[in-house]
Design a protein. Structure first.
Length: 339
């Protein structure tokens, strides 16, 4: 899954959150920093140490001060490590931060070797550069050990241009992309995910049953909300009731999806709060109170219904019985807390 967006928009924060969220599990994380400032890499390592995530994490760094050849080789070193653990039957998450700088390093090496330059001065085999790297992410059958490698490559865009050479190459290789938009970031929506441009080519096959059930229409709802929001800027007096309702719910869902840095949620927490948002339980809550509602709701569920959250997290499913319990829990919470 490709994470794509401009510089300083929160791409690395998503990577660190993903690594922190593997605490207590059996997943080995490999963070490959390519062409990053040494201070930024040190900061990322400090955060991982602070949250106890370095116990299951390997950091491979070829910083901006290193030679282009080292930056070119860094992701392949990380991939070799991931394949070592995969061969031993382990699950591995590898993050390439970022492949734009990797392509720059390869271009520099190729030009020094006097290889014929092509589009944007990249050599002709720049697509193969990334395809041979990303195709190493795989799942092995149980007969051969049952290990897996999941890759999260990052691409840095210039002024949000996803149609440039390297972005389009990597988009065509990956199973989908999460596009982070600068306007949303500046508007305080963090992570600044644009639901219209972000797509998945595997869809529900990569989701748990519970997440598929509660968030099946979420991306479409948010995309429609963004379109309606642009239209409604000219005035909402002439809008019909269903459109107004869609605008109200979309604003609350957008607020609900805001997430503080380094505070990942369990599957049970995600499913429970998204269920409340998608099914209209937050429609009467003021937009500015949604994050307070969410924080209090997580506290309530953790204190009074932790067994329900654990059931959803461990089974990955929201059964009819669990759904009824969740409905009752949301109703009880709304009855006791005024928002």
């Amino acid at each position: 899954e490709l994470i794509i967006g401009d510089r300083s928009i929160g791409k690395t924060a998503i990577a660190i959150d993903a690594i922190i969220n593997q605490r207590g599990g059996d997943v080995i994380c490999i963070y490959v920093a390519i062409g990053q400032k040494e201070a930024k890499v040190a900061q990322a390592v400090a955060v991982l140490e602070q949250f106890g995530a370095m116990a299951h994490t390997i950091v491979v760094s070829a910083s901006a001060s290193e030679s282009a050849a080292l930056q070119y080789l860094a992701p392949y070193a990380g991939a070799a490590m991931s394949e070592y653990f995969m061969a031993k039957g382990r699950d591995v998450l590898i993050i390439y931060d970022d492949l734009t700088k990797h392509a720059w390093a390869y271009r520099e090496v190729s030009l020094l070797l006097r290889r014929p330059p092509g589009r944007e001065a990249y050599p002709g085999d720049v697509f193969y550069l990334h395809s041979r790297l990303l195709e190493r992410a795989a799942r092995v059958t149980p007969e051969l050990g049952g290990g897996s490698v999941t890759a999260l490559p990052f691409i840095e865009t210039q002024a949000g241009d996803v149609s440039a050479y390297i972005p389009t190459n990597v988009i065509s290789i990956t199973d989908g992309q999460i596009f982070l938009e600068l306007d949303l970031f500046n508007a305080g929506v963090r992570p600044a995910t644009n639901p219209g441009i972000s797509v998945s080519r595997v869809g529900g096959k990569a989701q748990t049953k519970a997440m598929k059930k509660v968030a099946g229409t979420l991306r479409l709802d948010l995309s429609q909300y963004r379109e309606l929001q642009a239209f409604a800027q000219f005035g909402t007096d002439d809008l019909d009731a269903s459109t107004r309702r869609q605008l109200l719910r979309g604003a609350r869902l957008t607020e609900l999806l805001k997430q503080p840095q380094y505070q990942p949620l369990s599957l049970g927490q995600q499913v429970s709060v998204l269920y409340a948002g998608v099914n209209g339980y937050l429609d009467e809550v003021a937009v500015e109170k949604v994050l307070d509602f969410e924080k209090a709701f997580h506290g309530y569920m953790g204190a009074s219904h932790s067994d329900l959250l654990n059931t959803i997290t461990t089974t990955g499913d929201l059964s009819a019985e669990s759904e009824e319990r969740l409905k009752a829990a949301i109703a009880d919470f709304k009855a006791t807390v005024a928002y």
